[in-house]
Ligand binder design. Structure first.
Ligand code: 4AD
Ligand code: MG
Length: 478
């Protein structure tokens, strides 16, 4: 009877010492023609395979190289050496897939993130990316766990839609009209009524407005899906295609919204601390190595794991936008004219201002609420001062905004006036107004940028390195 393959994670969890096992995996390292570090994706680490090269053909030994795929049959024993508790004494080795290093872009040495980005189809095989994508999975799982435990229903909002929720006009059109062959109306404009959906459509920028429909029926809902924005920002925090999580709660105000946001962020981070220690330790050491030769002021104030623990253990600071402006105007960089962008009531906070608040002033996550109405979306609830809206941004160290949210405007006259200010035709959003006409209640929600949260938890410097296939201006490979 032929032996069945066992996954390395299963062997480590439940070692059957003295028995013969069959493992299959990729060679991470082969030291002294004797010790193979074998990984099969079932865990982050490796199992050691001991090869007595006198028992094997030279031809096979030569092919056991970095990232070659092999099958090993051998006896599972307690390890004699340091650094691991178990090892497999190889009896048979089969080469499943050779990996010739002369032609292979990856090499058994540190390679830059930029280089790896130009080899996306091999990039996931590196230890750094393996840690990142295992954690990315863990965060996604924890998102569903958190909301399920708290009575929220997962809603699939459409990816193709006719609306631009944020009203920022940064949309990708969806059309079956070929280039230069769109039918025109009499006045020479594109006749969208003849297009596939009979109307002008785009990829969604947010599932919020449809999420509000669901919250008005199911009470507490969340979306978790891809969103698309054609903003031409080539930063380390922006993608053109990114995943967003948007909870929406009926009978909830801006305070409930802030509480949910803080609980949710802490839950996700704690889940990774509890379940992904080997990956986190690897990433922590990676950052320490990267920062070793940096000037002290460029280094992070704390290691990765310490930062994550700190965020979980401390209350987020909560301030108003007006207070934030006052603090910024009293700050050293403001007085020394070191901020590039203006700090003035009514202007949006720039990344440099957000980072000063989080990293210099409070040294922890900060929730800013009550922004000037002119810099926030039409749907946010107008405050009594008639100048600010009940919107919030959650700002994180090293990242800036991870969450944007608000209490929603439910007063029909105020909402219509806001839509008019933004030139949003009422006909386009009759269904949204209907939610206010029939059985309306106060409600609130927010959007968490999934990639930005994964970036924070993994400590990666660029959001392009936490999504398998990044889409950015000029890039849509694979
Ligand atoms: O602040 P935003 O634009 O909020 C909304 O879309 C609301 N409809 C959410 C809601 O209330 N339901 O986006 C939410 C979050 C941001 O805080 C940021 O973390 C992330 O989405 N985000 C991006 N992440 C990566 N690349 C981009 N281009 C992003 N734009 C926004
Ligand atoms: Mg925002």
């Amino acid at each position: 009877m032929s032996l069945k393959r066992t996954e390395i994670a299963k062997i480590l969890a439940n070692p059957t010492i003295g028995e013969t096992v069959l493992v299959k995996g990729w060679v991470r390292a082969f030291r002294s023609n004797r010790f193979i570090a074998l990984n099969d994706g079932s865990n982050f680490g490796t199992i050691q395979v001991v090869v007595d090269f006198e028992n094997f053909d030279e031809d096979i030994i030569k092919k056991i190289g970095f990232h070659a795929a092999i099958a090993v049959t051998g006896e599972l024993v307690e390890s004699q050496g340091k650094g691991q508790s178990l090892e497999i004494i190889a009896k048979e080795i089969e080469i499943l897939g050779e990996c010739n290093l002369d032609d292979y872009p990856l090499q058994p040495k540190a390679q830059t993130m930029e280089f790896l980005r130009s080899n996306l189809h091999f990039r996931m095989r590196t230890q750094t990316m393996s840690a990142v994508f295992r954690i990315r999975h863990g965060v996604a799982f924890a998102v569903h766990q958190f909301f399920n435990d708290n009575g929220f229903n997962y809603i699939h909002t459409p990816i193709i839609t006719g609306n631009d929720a944020e009203g920022a006009g940064e949309i990708f059109h969806v059309s079956t009209f070929g280039a230069n062959e769109a039918p025109l109306t009499e006045d020479g404009k594109v006749d969208w009524s003849k297009d596939f959906f009979g109307t002008k459509t785009n990829l969604t920028v947010s599932g919020q407005l449809q999420g509000e429909i669901a919250a008005m029926a199911l009470g507490k809902i969340y979306t978790f899906g891809p969103t698309f924005r054609a903003e031409n920002s080539n930063t380390s925090r922006h993608l053109s295609e990114f995943w967003m999580i948007e909870p929406e709660m009926a009978f909830a105000d801006i305070n409930d919204d802030q509480n949910l946001a803080e609980d949710f962020c802490k839950y996700l981070i704690q889940y990774i601390l509890d379940n992904y220690q080997p990956e986190l330790q690897f990433l922590d050491q990676r950052i320490a190595k990267l920062e070793k030769n940096m000037k002290a002021e460029l280094r992070r104030p704390m290691g990765l794991i310490d930062t994550l623990n700190f965020v979980v253990e401390n209350d987020f600071e909560r301030i108003t936008y007006t207070e934030a402006i006052r603090l910024l105007q009293g700050s050293k960089p403001y007085k020394k004219k070191r901020f590039e962008f203006p700090v003035e009531w009514g202007e949006d906070l720039a990344a440099e201002h957000e980072r000063w608040l989080v990293e210099k002033k409070f040294k922890k996550p900060v929730i800013v609420i009550d922004y000037p109405k002119q810099i926030k979306a039409f749907y946010m609830k107008m405050n009594d001062d008639d100048k600010t809206v009940a919107g919030m941004d959650v700002l994180f160290p090293g990242i800036g905004e991870v969450i944007g949210g608000s209490e929603r405007e439910t007063r029909m006259d105020v909402l219509k006036a806001r839509m008019a200010e933004y030139d949003i035709p009422e006909e386009e959003l009759e269904w949204y107004l209907d939610l206010r006409r029939f059985g309306s209640t106060p409600h609130s929600g927010f959007g968490l940028g999934f990639g930005r949260m994964v970036q924070f938890i993994t400590g990666m410097g660029n959001i392009r390195d936490v999504i398998p296939f990044p889409r950015t201006p000029g890039n849509a490979e694979f």
